[in-house]
Design a binder for this molecule. Structure first.
Ligand code: NIG
Length: 385
């Protein structure tokens, strides 16, 4: 069965030209894009969908979320908005609630959030463990995550749990916990920050993950100059996420590496942290990605359009740069932006993961902030919204 999509006022494919094309059409079938061209040259297909002069672009790739959790931290959020600083210790609240939840409850929460994301154009999503912090709870979290997300990251090194010796915990994370989650995960991550793990501890965790065949991600330089960014670049991590505090040497290290800087604007707003120097990163040649960081503590949103609008309005990105970062940049952070199974771009033979905006151009994502503009979403060729 093939479907011809016509009426595309503006098409963003994320090809290397960086151009947006006008008056275009697409044919999709068997989950793939079969043809891209001008409306005037469109071939026949089994079905036709006229999107009526709207913009079409790749589905969002949300490359940093923490969807497997129990409980709620709205009281902590309110206290923060009243002036209290964010502290990583809030993670322990979610750890208690996550351990108390059933696996079914964890899956249901994660699924509800994924559905919410899809309704806003997300077609590919990473999520992490990290609120279990003992072997059984991390294994359960990884299994729940694998039922809901496209890619799962092991974040046993989120915090040392209350009452556990640091050295014993590192031995657990790099040994039995890693072995227990291994069937469900593709990446390993660590929170490299004062109050969480230092550079040498983070290195130890990442090296153990790499030895187990996992790709590397780092939570780095979120609350201070933690050294996580430089470590991520040194180890050739796929991604270092947050990047709020960067000195010139951090930017040079990223520019000299293939590590993507994944920026999390909704988290920066919710924790009242300074935004990362996105413009300086781009000007230095660093690849950036945008993600929601959906979690109950620092960023309880699934909205990629909100992140794109914030990146444009507050972080100095152009609309084109922000959309690219939320699609192809994010795909690169997951090692998925090249080859036949690439995500985050539209090309003949590639996955038909795309969205239609209720607007003639992607500029409306920032020009009309806060307005729900998702008019249709296709994932592997099937209409999901
Ligand atoms: O990415 N920074 C560490 N982890 C999460 C937040 C964790 C929490 O406070 O629950 C983040 O912001």
């Amino acid at each position: 069965m093939t479907e011809l999509i016509t009426g595309i006022a503006e098409l963003t494919t994320n090809d290397d030209s960086g151009e947006r094309a006008h008056n275009m059409a697409l044919v999709i079938g068997d989950g793939r894009i079969l043809w891209i061209g001008t409306a005037a040259q469109a071939p026949a297909a089994d079905h036709q969908t006229d999107v009526g002069g709207r913009a079409v672009l790749p589905g969002w790739v949300d490359a940093h979320t923490h969807l497997v959790f129990g409980g709620d931290r709205s009281a902590e959020f309110e206290a923060r908005m009243a002036g209290q600083a964010y502290a990583a210790g809030g993670i322990q609240t979610t750890v208690r609630a996550t351990r108390a939840a059933t696996e079914e409850q964890l899956v249901a929460t994660a699924r509800r959030l994924r559905n919410e994301a899809e309704a806003q154009g997300t077609t590919f999503l990473e999520t992490k463990t990290g609120y279990g912090l003992d072997v059984a709870s991390e294994e359960r979290s990884a299994r729940a995550a694998a039922q809901v997300a496209d890619v799962v990251t092991f974040l046993g090194a989120h915090l040392v749990p209350v009452g556990v010796d640091r050295r014993d915990y590192l031995d657990l994370v790099t040994g039995p916990m890693l072995a227990a989650v291994r069937p469900y995960v593709q990446f390993i991550d660590a929170f490299c920050e004062q109050g969480a793990f230092d550079v040498e501890e983070t290195r130890e965790v990442l090296i153990a993950g790499r030895a187990a065949g996992l790709g590397l991600r780092v939570h780095g330089n979120q609350l201070g100059f933690s050294g996580g960014v430089r470590l991520a670049a040194d180890l050739g991590a796929h991604s270092v996420d947050h990047c709020n505090y960067l000195d010139p040497a951090d930017i040079d290290a990223l520019a000299a590496s293939n590590t993507v800087a994944t920026l999390l604007p909704a988290c920066d707003l919710s924790t009242r942290q300074p935004f990362p120097p996105a413009r300086r990163l781009l000007d230095a040649g660093v690849t950036i990605a945008l993600a929601t960081n959906c979690n109950p503590g620092t960023s309880y949103t699934t909205s990629m359009p909100f992140c794109v609008a914030t990146a444009v309005l507050q972080m100095g990105l152009t609309v084109g740069e922000a959309v690219w970062a939320a699609t192809r940049g994010a795909a690169r952070s997951l090692g998925r932006d090249e080859g036949a199974d690439a995500i985050g771009s539209l090309f003949v033979g590639g996955r038909a993961d795309l969205q239609v905006l209720n607007a003639p151009s992607i500029s409306h994502l920032a020009y009309r902030p806060g307005v729900p503009l998702t008019a249709g979403v296709w994932r592997e060729g099937a209409r999901i919204e």
